[in-house]
Unconditional design. Structure first.
Length: 189
């Protein structure tokens, strides 16, 4: 390739890489705590969702979007090969009904469905996660430190099969927050 064409390819790649709005997609609040009794972890979070133009167009054309909160609980300073104490996700869905001009937000764990007139209200409700509990697969030991990590993302595996390759390769579809960490310590009673 001639050297005078290289800067144009580099510029094109930089523009494509920078076209995603994933930097605006994030977790505003992430708190976790251990109630005194039982082996539960209480999680409280608030997420702000900003959708790219391509994702908004798909939503307004009737494509339901699925969002996942991925959660991992690990012992502090665990070896990389150690299993997570808890690994799971919570799923949410937003769907636009063009004939009624309404947005539906569904909590797929509880089955609760809410309907909204505006996209802003629907995205706000999608990000208002009610506090929930996690049940680790093993007991949390007293005096030990643990980290709960959480990430919010658009679940590309729930898209229709013909759209998935494009979504995986296009930065505008890769909407995800950074991993957030919360320290948990079980104190002696």
């Amino acid at each position: 390739m001639p050297s005078e064409q290289r800067p144009y390819w580099l510029l094109l790649l930089l523009l494509l890489a920078g076209s995603s709005s994933a930097n605006d997609f994030g977790v505003v609040r992430f708190d976790c705590s251990l109630p005194q009794e039982g082996e539960l972890v209480l999680v409280d979070t608030r997420i702000v969702y900003y959708l790219s133009e391509e994702v908004l167009e798909a939503l307004h054309n009737g494509l339901p979007l699925h969002f996942a909160l991925r959660l991992r609980l690990r012992r502090h300073r665990a070896w990389p090969w150690e299993m997570d104490i808890y690994s799971g996700q919570r799923n949410y869905r937003i769907h636009y009904h063009p004939l009624a001009s309404l947005y539906q937000v569904t909590d797929q764990q509880s089955g609760q469905v809410e309907t909204f007139v505006t996209l802003a209200a629907a995205l706000d409700a999608l990000g208002q996660i009610d506090p929930f509990t996690l049940r680790p697969r093993e007991s949390l030991l007293e005096g030990r430190r643990y980290y709960l990590r959480m990430r919010a993302e658009l679940d590309l595996d729930q898209l229709p099969l013909p759209l998935r390759p494009l979504a995986y390769l296009t930065p505008a579809w890769n909407l995800a927050s950074e991993w957030q960490r919360c320290l948990l310590v079980r104190y002696e009673e």
